[in-house]
Write a protein that binds this ligand. Structure first.
Ligand SMILES: *Cc1c(COP(=O)(O)O)cnc(C)c1O
Length: 412
């Protein structure tokens, strides 16, 4: 029986919904702790994708026939599900992209390109993923805008006062991560938004790690844009979301031209479609969107609150387990922290630790996690990162701690 509709959170039942979790790696049970890079998929997502191709497949928004209508209805239905997940006011505020990276680039190339000019400022933070750094550097190089960077504390905390001190009357955009993919730090995005908007700035939140660990309410946050990526939320690859307020999307020019994003085309004049279709040129990844819809159904049946509570337990357990291993130093100990734990092991290379963990079936990520400026800030080159998901268990974390001790013995 699927874990849907159970009263108490039962990780064993949840695990049964994910076929890949029953496989072995080097004859060891798979312990998948690399969810910050991408999460595994429940059977219902696999079924939704399979059903779309096998039974309901035709291009969307085009044909006058039954299957095209069915696919269009399914695709547009996912817009409503995403709006529900984010508590967005309307499905028209939901734009589909291929991932969060593309969503941020959309804002950089269209909204920011149209509304910022030389000397205007953008504020980001030291803990951004490269996806929320490089698009602004490209814009800077194109337009001569100024990029300011809010600091993080030694323990990974975000300092609101230091952030606020960077806001000026030239700040046009604040773009911050909701949750750090390396430190797990939860940024107080509602306060950030309030401060930024009071200074006259537009706010974009990189929610790639935000939507997966906790409930998100974009209206309560008050942000102008919120972006996330489907594959980290148990959905397929190739689908992401940009939420934008109706006002912001209305003042955002098109960024890619083609079919589906127009009302009418002649060689003299083309009239663009209204948002969100204005930003979805060409055949969209609608099968992937349908898979994302199934993923949203799945997490909502479990409940984002319940998922967050389970992961909170995992995070506390993991921090305690790591602190109990001599020579292990956690990187990122903010009090408000999602279930992402990074650490270094004294005297050992992260790569070597990762390789030894791998031989025990434990999948972690090692390296800079697409956050090289944050590594530089912390004075390290890489970390080992264990990032938890709704299906992980405390047993798996104990196996991780034992694996680290094993690595220390082998490499001593
Ligand atoms: C993973 C991640 C991204 C990039 O996601 P893509 O799916 O590769 O676009 C951006 N920001 C954060 C915080 C992430 O964790």
């Amino acid at each position: 029986m699927p874990a849907h509709g159970r009263n108490t959170y039962d990780p064993a039942a949840v695990r049964g919904d994910f076929p890949i979790l029953s496989r072995t790696i080097y004859n060891k049970p798979l312990r998948f702790l690399d969810n910050g890079a991408s999460a595994q998929k429940p059977q219902s997502v696999l079924d939704a994708v399979q059903n779309s191709y096998a039974r309901e497949y035709a291009n969307v928004h085009r044909g006058a026939h039954y299957l095209s209508g069915a696919a269009t209805e399914a695709y547009e239905g996912v817009r409503e599900k995403v709006a529900g997940l984010l508590n967005a006011p309307a499905p028209e505020t939901v734009v589909f992209t291929k991932n969060v990276t593309e969503a941020i680039n959309l804002v950089a190339c269209s909204w920011a390109d149209a509304h910022l000019s030389a000397g205007d400022e953008i504020v980001i933070t030291q803990m951004e993923h490269h996806a929320n750094i490089v698009p602004w550097q490209l814009l800077r190089d194109r337009k001569g805008i100024v990029l300011r960077v809010a600091p993080v504390e030694d323990d990974g905390q975000f300092d609101l006062e230091k952030f606020a001190a960077l806001l000026t009357d030239r700040t046009k955009l604040v773009s911050v991560t909701h949750v750090s993919n390396v430190l797990g730090t939860v940024v107080p995005v509602a306060e950030v938004t309030r401060l930024a908007q009071a200074a006259g700035a537009c706010v974009l939140i990189d929610g790639a790690q935000g939507v997966v660990h906790q409930p998100v309410d974009v209206q309560a946050i008050g942000c102008d844009f919120y972006a996330f990526t489907g594959h980290k939320l148990y959905g397929p690859t190739g689908i992401g979301v940009l939420y934008g307020t109706a006002e912001r999307l209305a003042e955002t020019p098109p960024w890619q031209g083609g079919g589906d994003m127009i009302e009418s085309v002649s060689f003299e004049k083309t009239v663009y479609a209204d948002p969100p279709l204005r930003f979805e040129a060409g055949t969209p990844p609608f099968v992937q969107a349908i898979g994302l819809g199934a993923a949203i159904d799945y997490v909502q049946a479990l409940g984002m609150e319940a998922i967050g509570a389970h992961e909170h337990l995992l995070c506390s357990h993991a921090m305690a387990a790591l602190r109990a291993v001599p020579g292990v130093r956690p990187i990122g100990e903010a009090p408000d922290k999602a279930a992402i734990v990074s650490f270094v092991v004294d005297g050992l290379h992260s790569m070597d630790v990762g390789a030894i963990l791998d031989r025990q079936g434990i999948a972690v990520r090692v390296g800079h996690h697409c956050a090289q400026p944050l590594m530089a800030r912390m004075g390290i080159e890489s970390t080992v990162r264990a990032s938890m998901a709704l299906y992980n268990t405390t047993d798996e974390i104990d196996a991780l701690a034992a694996g680290i001790r094993h690595a220390q013995k082998l490499l001593a």
